[in-house]
Design a binder for this molecule. Structure first.
Ligand code: ATP
Ligand code: MG
Length: 177
């Protein structure tokens, strides 16, 4: 029998308040889009996508993430963009803050012995907002939004009818400064 697995990813997870601000900031894009709107309760910023992880490895994955030392992250979301494959419109950041780049690298390094990660591409901080759309609507630049993240999360992703369902499994806090 196939070994049980869970589809997992690490992410920055907005507070309820920030989620509402995000929704407001991306409303022009949502209004102009023709694709499938991602519900705001699913908004997140992916740090590392693990895909299917055998259940027996999950406690080791959590231990590895706990060993990641990182500083709180200040992120300015200030641009819209599109990934033509996999057809996603996003709201993201032109710049990669040093502490965020360091967190992603350190997380990948700690996870490498446990799970197979895709080869590193350029890391683009972004929050996916619309799916099934490969063209950026012609819009004014978005409102700028500041995100202060002092933790990251491990998320379990399941396919629900027409949308992904995410469950936060664990939280990992930044070093206090
Ligand atoms: P759905 O696939 O149902 O449309 P989703 O893409 O949000 O929903 P997942 O496929 O579980 O859900 O992906 C979780 C997160 O990981 C998303 O932010 C997604 O963009 C990202 N992700 C998925 N596949 C990859 C990949 N191959 N490389 C990098 N990030 C990925
Ligand atoms: Mg997906």
């Amino acid at each position: 029998m196939a070994e049980p697995t869970q589809r997992l990813f690490f992410a920055l997870w907005p507070s309820a308040e920030l989620r509402a601000e995000l929704l407001q900031a991306v409303t022009p894009m949502r209004d102009a889009a023709e694709g499938r709107l991602i519900p705001s309760e699913n908004y997140h910023l992916t740090l590392a996508f693990l895909d299917r992880v055998p259940e027996r490895l999950i406690s080791d994955v959590v231990t590895a993430a706990k060993s990641v030392l990182f500083q709180p992250i200040d992120l300015a979301l200030d641009c819209y963009g599109v990934f033509e494959q996999p057809q996603v419109l996003w709201y993201g950041s032109k710049e990669l803050p040093v502490p965020l780049g360091a967190l992603v690298s350190e997380l990948r390094e700690q996870l490498a012995p446990l799970v197979k990660l895709r080869p590193e591409r350029i890391f683009r901080p972004h929050v996916s907002v619309v799916r099934k759309q490969s063209q950026l609507p012609n819009l004014e630049p978005p409102a700028k939004l500041f995100w202060q993240a002092s933790d990251f999360v491990l998320v379990h992703s399941e396919y629900g009818p027409g949308r992904a369902n995410y469950t936060v499994m664990e939280r990992f806090s930044a070093a206090s400064v």
